[in-house]
Design a protein around this ligand. Structure first.
Ligand code: XMP
Length: 516
């Protein structure tokens, strides 16, 4: 395992992902963790990430020199590189020549770290101060116009560093450099593969659950599906999945869960058809937050009723459902401040007459995984591609993509328009280039059109294709005109109530991805 020490910048998660892409398992730890605690985890290497732009910046975190004395291989990037130089007897100076963004670098002596990397290439930099002298006895490998020492290594100590950010997309050969460190300098073996993840998780789940029972809520999305499939593989039909069909999913999605997911996994599925209940509860409501609240509240009630039924059934057979499976991912764990092991949650139980103190223990088999790894695990488990590669979809579903009151007929209109847009995106081979592709029905707007010989008053729909890395920021996707044209023509021809198709070209911020 490789530890990625987070100095507070945005890069630690990306570095941890890149390390795993090199097939070496990695975990993120805060820079405030005492070195002894890091070493207690027995890391095969430690990566010091980027952080503030200078080791001299006021409030810059201290790097404990003990990290360099433990006999563990260390790789420093950007801030980590400067900290390494400073602690090991090199020199960092305020040269007043900062480098930000794409910067040409010259490899003077490739050594092991930069082996086979072109002598001239471009890397991504973000620093104020520069290393002007490497620690004594270290090999200087590269420089830039402003930085005499931009990369160094010491093969005896199994340490190396680069001033740039090898983890970002804009750095050429970044992954190769990281792999040279991990595989050839630190001696980490590339054993982190999807097959191993599945085997390891299955063993872990068996350990945790033993011969007891678990339940899992399926949302139709990839995380809950993969979590459920892993637990199913571990404990078979002692897992019961609950799928609440609230009628706000897109065309075909409920069927994909009820039919294709079950066929692929053999999971035992408890379906609750709650479509009417949700529509009744949403009747007359057009305020977005009110819709969200109603959908959330109804969902919990329906889920808990199903839960109570399953717990009751098991109890009738003298068994206890003790575990709740959740699709929590590693970024959620890191962002909520880490935390190891499993936690207990108290189930809400305002319906179903469950005992007051009913508690489930959580099973979170994806807690150590990034989203892209979850998809690969899903593929490994043989889940349908439509589920594994599904775009993120909000919990309140189409309920917040109908601007105005949610009705049965409006849902039908949106479902058809949305299905056409998704179909054409897939046909154009663009699914994986797009983060999300909401289609929004402006149900309270009537636009005039001419279809056939007469005027029509229909509704506009808005196409909202976006690119994003994490949904925090997003840009509108530049879909090819011919794809947009086909979508527009098909929607206006095939969905009678829609006579106008528009495209949203707002980034986030200032817009959000969803319209409500
Ligand atoms: P916005 O619209 O805020 O969305 O840019 C960011 C991401 O969150 C999703 N989203 C939601 N997900 N419940 C959810 O589970 C919600 O109420 C909700 N609202 C937005 C949205 O689809 C995007 O991925």
């Amino acid at each position: 395992m490789v530890l990625v020490v987070d100095f507070g910048a945005q890069y630690a998660q990306l570095i941890a992902r890149r390390v795993r892409e090199a097939r070496v398992y990695s975990e993120i730890v805060p820079h405030t963790m005492p070195v002894a605690e890091m070493l207690a985890r027995n890391p095969k290497a430690i990566v010091l990430s980027g952080g503030p732009s200078s080791v001299y910046e006021p409030g810059a975190p201290n790097v404990d020199a003990a990290v360099f004395e433990a006999g563990v291989p260390v790789f420093g990037m950007c801030y980590g590189f400067q900290a390494m130089a400073l602690n090991l007897g090199g020199e960092v100076r305020r040269t007043g020549r900062s480098e930000y963004g794409r910067t040409p670098v010259t490899v003077s002596a490739p050594g092991t770290l930069l082996a086979e990397v072109p002598a001239e290439h471009k890397v991504w930099m973000s620093h104020g101060d520069s290393v002007v002298a490497a620690p004594p006895g270290w090999d200087v490998l590269a420089s830039t116009a402003s930085t005499p020492v931009a990369a160094f290594e010491n093969l005896e100590l199994k340490m190396a560093g680069v001033q740039w950010h090898p983890e970002v997309m804009h750095t050429e050969h970044g992954q190769a450099v990281l792999e040279h460190f991990l595989h050839h300098i630190a001696g980490c073996r590339p054993t982190w593969t999807m097959v191993n993840i599945v085997e390891e998780q299955v063993a872990r789940i068996r350990d945790q659950i033993g011969d007891r029972r678990a339940i899992c809520g399926l949302s139709g999305g990839v995380d809950s599906a993969v979590a459920a499939a892993l637990v199913q593989r571990a404990i078979g039909d002692r897992l019961t999945c609950v799928f609440v069909d609230h009628g706000l999913l897109r065309k075909g999605e409920a069927e994909q869960v009820e039919r294709d997911f079950v066929a692929a996994t053999g999971v035992s599925l408890h379906v609750v058809d709650a479509q009417k209940r949700f529509l009744d509860a949403l009747s007359g409501v057009s305020d977005p937050e009110a819709k969200r609240k109603i959908i959330g509240r109804e969902f919990i009630r329906v889920f808990e009723a199903a839960e109570a039924e399953i717990v009751g059934d098991a109890a009738a057979h003298g068994e206890k459902v003790q575990f709740l499976v959740q699709g929590t991912l590693y970024p959620d764990v890191v962002e909520s401040g880490g935390g190891a092991g499993t936690s207990n949650i108290k189930s809400h139980h305002n319906v179903g007459g469950l005992p007051e103190d009913l508690e489930f223990e959580l099973v979170e088999p994806l807690r150590t995984l990034f989203k892209d790894e979850v998809r690969l695990v899903g593929e490994q488990l043989g889940l349908p591609a439509e589920i594994v590669w599904r775009h993120p979809f909000p919990g309140p579903g189409l309920g917040i993509r109908i601007i105005g009151e949610v009705t049965h007929d409006r849902l039908e209109i949106l479902r058809e328009a949305d299905a056409i847009a998704r179909e054409e995106l897939t046909r154009a081979g663009l699914d994986r280039d797009i983060w999300q592709f909401p289609v929004v029905l402006l149900a309270d707007v009537r636009s005039v059109g001419v279809q056939g010989d007469g005027r029509t008053y229909g509704h506009p729909v808005v196409l909202r294709p976006v690119t994003s890395e994490d949904a925090m920021t997003a840009d509108w996707a530049r879909l090819p005109y011919d794809v947009l044209e086909t979508i527009s023509t098909r929607i206006t021809n095939e969905v009678r109530e829609v006579n106008r198709v528009t495209v949203d070209i707002t980034s986030k911020p200032p817009g959000t991805i969803e319209w409500e």
